[in-house]
Ligand binder design. Structure first.
Ligand SMILES: N[C@@H](CCC(=O)N[C@@H](CS)C(=O)NCC(=O)O)C(=O)O
Length: 202
């Protein structure tokens, strides 16, 4: 059986969302970062000491968005995984874009507003990251004008990018001036599968 390691409060939530969208049977092991990810047992699963990690058919995979692309291609044909190679290209493009151009800024904001001990937080650093987030946010906002999703339908590309942008909610980032991005994000996050994952956090 598929086994997913990682607390729903971590980046494992991204993979839980995919598993729920695909209505797959899976075992969830809610390993807590960093307390439980640096043990010798867990380092055998992911030598980086990070969650999520996925076990499937005797193989182990890590990196949240890569796990999602793998799950979508293997189990989501005609659902999260589009039919054409052209559209696969766009799923890779938007996923890699989210993890390189967007996530670092959102992580800096979340750390400096929420995650770090209060005495280590810097609102100045959070504001600088918010400023840096403006350029990629304009790119996706412009792209989404007149579109419901990044592709023709909701795919793993949308799920990956929306799961990264959902960090904006934790970091109290106001995206309301990006009308298309904001509406698309709400559309993605209101999906029943994502709502089930949100419920796991309570
Ligand atoms: N690029 C990796 C990052 C994974 C990552 O840093 N996960 C955090 C939790 S959200 C973690 O496991 N931290 C534990 C630690 O670094 O000790 C991914 O997207 O899977």
């Amino acid at each position: 059986m598929i086994k997913l390691y990682g607390s729903p409060m971590s980046r494992a939530a991204r993979c839980l969302w995919t598993l729920e969208e695909l209505e797959l049977q899976y075992e969830h092991v809610p390993v807590v970062p960093s307390a439980e990810t640096r043990t010798p047992e867990f380092l055998k699963i992911n030598p980086n000491g990070h969650v999520p990690a996925l076990e499937d058919d005797g193989k182990v995979y890590w990196e949240s968005l890569a796990i999602n692309l793998y799950l979508a291609e293997k189990y989501g044909q005609g659902k999260l995984w589009p039919a054409s190679v052209v559209d696969h290209g766009y799923c890779y493009q938007w996923s890699f874009w989210a993890i390189t151009e967007v996530e670092p800024h959102l992580i800096a904001i979340v750390k400096n507003r929420v995650a770090l001990p209060p005495e280590q937080r810097s609102e100045e650093a959070a504001k600088a990251a918010e400023e840096a987030l403006k350029a990629p946010s304009k790119v996706i906002d412009d792209y989404l004008a007149g579109r419901e999703y990044l592709g023709k339908t909701f795919t793993i590309g949308d799920l990956n990018v929306a799961s990264v942008y959902s960090l904006a909610l934790f970091g109290r980032v106001d995206l309301s001036s990006y009308l298309n991005l904001n509406a698309w994000l709400q559309r993605c996050l209101s999906r029943p599968a994502q709502q089930r994952v949100a419920g796991m956090k309570k």
